[in-house]
Design a protein around this ligand. Structure first.
Ligand code: GTP
Ligand code: SPV
Ligand code: MN
Length: 599
């Protein structure tokens, strides 16, 4: 089906004239089309078909070693006024950057096919959903977008003659001369641009075929562009998982949690509670769009339709429900290949395979001294395959959110869990959220950085204004019922470097406390940083955890917190006048409370 949407037709013509592909293909999203494309990618050497009896309809892809993660230093946010982009974004003049990129795009699809992918972020037709169209020269992108979003004819139908869509242009930047043989992972490692033009709104991506750089519905649209739309229209686009938690009494509450990349969203979203009688179900593992309903209730949808999850560390003991989602119909990126044509990654099994082909396509054994899978290796899996997918995960009305969690990798200082007594203080806590960097983005790993609301790489405008937007939410509708805000830290370490908290399924103990706080069933003790569980309030039944470890996990070390205050002030100074005054007051008040406690 071709569209009757004239703007879309014109745009495809314009891009085809610029990029000069050999052919244009409008993706219908069908199974037959997907099979054809996968076969073509196998023949071309990009996809490796996995063992049909173990993982039917599944493929492994090994990328160019120069293209394995998001590239934050090559990501640009380009409103006309640099003040709008803020110090959190790389800004370029939009006219100049478009000129530069047009030169790169000129003829960049020679020898390739231009695929037109109409996609919906969110259930098609939901009032919270939005449509995009991605133009790409990568089969890998088409096949992944089909899992991660809803694509094809249905979306064109919803778009109609004059429906609105976000323009998403992508090229790997590797044209082919006549007769030139393609490489397994074409890219243009030295010329990557991940550019956002919020005023259009449009996304122009060039040179990378990887994940968030190339699957433009995800971070580029659903966070960077959507955050600017949300600000204008009074809703929230957040880097959060969404889960439903049901108590033994059958009461259900939905919780959203903002953790930075590779800090445990997928794991928490699918957790298997270790406490008897508690049930957790997954709505989404990465992105959350929230709007108020007519009753002032904040309701959330997962705009995605699949999981693009971190593979290393995922196992039947850490995340059994992710493992169970991978039985078929998945794409694996930068995992290792075993001799029986299956995938493997570090910690997937207790025993590593005796030999494998590493993600770099080199022979590997456990004695190689290198990783078999790239630390940012990923699986792409349809969300509907998750055994604990929530019955309401595609409800166009969204699910009501009762609590929001912030967290990250903090080996010291930050306790296991505490609560903000107000939306304003909770927002403040989000603005001072910090975490150690991970392999999800190119660059150093393990460096502590401030990552407010886990949105530092994903906020499409000045973060100071973003903080103001958060603060403004309760006043946007009459009778707003705001979620309660909590802070968690699964990553506290002892002096000798071991994790103090067992994490994973055991995190349900903290979720239970949060559930009981929200429903008014448990008390809390005040501290300079917020409300902590009273002694005994955390259900530790059946958990062998030394008392000293628990004491350390729940301690508020005022002196350690005070040490962080200058760094927090420096973090705020980067945003200058854009930081709302009430947040500076919250910071001063926190410092005063800590000083009183420390003396
Ligand atoms: P993105 O997909 O990049 O957004 O990552 P994510 O936030 O979904 O992180 P994910 O759940 O994939 O976890 C990333 C890493 O953190 C994995 O290696 C996990 O093993 C580890 N991890 C997750 N939860 C816990 C936990 O509770 N404790 C500990 N110690 N590690 C955890
Ligand atoms: C993240 O880095 O937060 C991811 C992976 O979810 S990517 O899609 O590459 O952004
Ligand atoms: Mn993520």
């Amino acid at each position: 089906m071709k569209t009757t949407n004239q703007r879309l037709l014109n745009w495809v013509d314009e891009i085809a004239a610029l990029c000069k592909p050999d052919a244009i293909h409008w993706c219908d999203g069908s199974e037959a089309e997907n099979t054809r494309l996968c076969n073509q990618a196998v023949e071309g050497g990009t996809f490796i078909r996995l063992n049909e009896s173990k993982r039917p309809n599944s493929f492994l892809v090994m990328s160019d070693p120069a293209d394995v993660a998001r590239v934050e230093d090559r990501t640009f946010v380009c409103p006309t006024d640099p003040r709008e982009a803020g110090p959190n974004n790389n800004w370029r003049d939009p006219t100049e950057l478009k000129d530069t990129m047009r030169q790169l795009y000129d003829g960049c699809m020679r020898g390739r096919t231009l695929y037109v992918i109409p996609f919906s972020m969110g259930p098609i037709g939901s009032p919270i959903a939005h449509i995009g169209v991605e133009l790409t020269d990568s089969i890998y992108v088409v096949v992944n977008m089909r899992i991660m979003t809803r694509i094809g004819d249905e979306v064109l139908k919803a778009l109609g003659e004059d429906g609105d869509f976000v323009e998403c242009l992508h090229s790997v930047g590797a044209p082919l001369d006549p007769g030139q043989k393609d490489v397994p992972w074409p890219c243009n490692a030295d010329n990557k641009y991940i550019s956002h033009f919020p005023e259009d709104p449009s996304i122009w991506s060039y040179g990378s075929g990887y994940g968030g750089n190339a699957l433009l519905g995800k971070k580029c649209f659903a966070l960077r562009i959507a955050s600017t739309m949300a600000r204008r229209q009074g809703w929230m686009a957040e880097h959060m998982l969404i889960l439903g938690l049901t108590s033994p009494e059958g009461e259900k509450k939905y919780i959203a949690a903002a953790f930075p990349s590779a800090c445990g969203k997928t794991n928490l979203a699918m957790l298997e509670p270790t406490l008897a009688g508690w049930k957790a179900e997954c709505v989404g593992d990465d992105i959350c769009w929230m709007k108020f309903d007519d009753n002032g209730q904040l309701r959330a949808i997962n705009p995605e339709a699949g999981f693009f999850g971190v593979a290393p560390g995922t196992s039947m003991s850490s995340n059994p429900n992710a493992m169970r989602s991978l039985y078929a119909n998945c794409i694996y990126t930068n995992c290792a290949l075993t001799p029986d044509n299956d995938v493997w990654w570090e910690e997937m099994t207790d025993e590593p395979p005796a030999e494998a082909l590493s993600w770099k396509r080199e022979p590997w054994t456990p004695d190689s001294g290198t990783k078999a899978a790239n630390p940012n290796a990923r699986y792409t899996a349809p969300a509907r395959q998750c055994p604990v997918i929530d019955p309401a995960w595609e409800d166009p009305a969204g699910v009501p959110i009762s609590a929001i969690l912030f967290g990250g990798r903090r080996p010291s200082t930050v306790p296991l869990c505490f609560e903000a007594p107000s939306w304003q203080y909770g927002t403040f806590l989000g603005t001072i959220q910090a975490s150690e960097t991970t392999a999800a983005a190119a660059g150093n790993v393990g460096v502590l950085r401030y990552d407010p609301m886990a949105m530092l790489p994903f906020c499409g405008y000045n973060m100071g204004d973003y903080f103001a937007h958060w603060l403004s939410m309760p006043g946007r509708v009459p009778n707003a019922k705001m979620p309660r805000i909590f802070f968690v830290n699964w990553f506290r370490k002892s002096d000798d470097g071991r994790f103090l908290w067992p994490g994973f399924g055991e995190n349900c103990r903290v979720l239970k406390w949060i559930f009981e706080r929200v429903s008014g069933q448990t008390e809390a003790v005040e501290s300079p940083i917020g409300l902590l569980p009273t002694p005994g309030a955390l259900d530790l039944s059946g958990l062998a955890i030394p008392e000293e470890d628990m004491a350390e996990l729940l301690a508020v070390d005022a002196k350690a917190w005070l040490k962080d205050i200058p760094a927090i002030r420096a973090h705020y100074e980067k945003f200058g006048e854009a930081i709302p005054a009430v947040l500076r007051q919250e910071l001063d008040a926190l410092e005063a409370r800590l000083q009183a406690a420390a003396t």
